[in-house]
Write a protein that binds this ligand. Sequence first.
Ligand code: SAH
Length: 242
Amino acid sequence: MSENIHHNVDSGEIDKFSRLAHKWWDKTGEFKPLHDINPLRLGYIDSIVRLAGKTVLDVGCGGGILSESMAKLGAGSVLGIDMAEKSLQAAQAHAQQQGVGNIGYRCVRVEDLAKERPHSFDVVTCMEMMEHVPDPAAIVAACAKLVKPEGTVFFSTINRNPKSYLHAILGAEYILGLVPRGTHDWQKFITPAELARMCRQAGLDIADTKGMGYNPLTKVYRLNGNTAVNYLAACKPVFQAV
Ligand code: SAH
């Protein structure tokens, strides 16, 4: 195991996000794409689970772009977790400044939270995070353990194929400069089949999948049926007979 990887946390990745922590809420900065896609993913989540009153966990929440929007939409409570303290401080400060009360942030590994609070969330979201960890299957398993039996887990990540190399690495990082160079490692991208296998092993069933496309001419993101690059999945715990 490489020196900077410990307990399924890659400290190189955490450092990378910590260095940019002051930029989380700069809507024109390094995290612009996350701000731009947020209404789409928020709408998708809400269309499936109706967030109002729900107990939500956001895994790898960063500066809280998605967490805060779910709280504002009426979730009963939102807990955002991440391993980058500085990002959590930025998230907390922004929530306070916005007067959002139904939200909290904690620096805790998702695997540890799963032991502490199993089956206690109606909704678990884990967006754009799994491609930054050494063992994504362990993250999927922890999310599966944290969700209530009747709850829903949402994942989003990036597919691994030549097109995703062209779009997410060459296009987004080198040609269009949408995100900083080195944000992503193509080899850590996850195919829908790999995600499906991780879900199956964790006792989750993928109920729905959507692709997310970007048109560089109109600069508009859209949800569609094409999972070739960015995609989202909504998963339900498989009923287990006792
Ligand atoms: N989910 C947020 C942020 C995505 S950026 C959003 O979509 O808006 C990826 C995030 O994953 C960063 O905040 C990074 O600190 C976090 N991360 C990376 N490895 C992690 C780990 N092992 N546990 C928790 N968070 C992690």
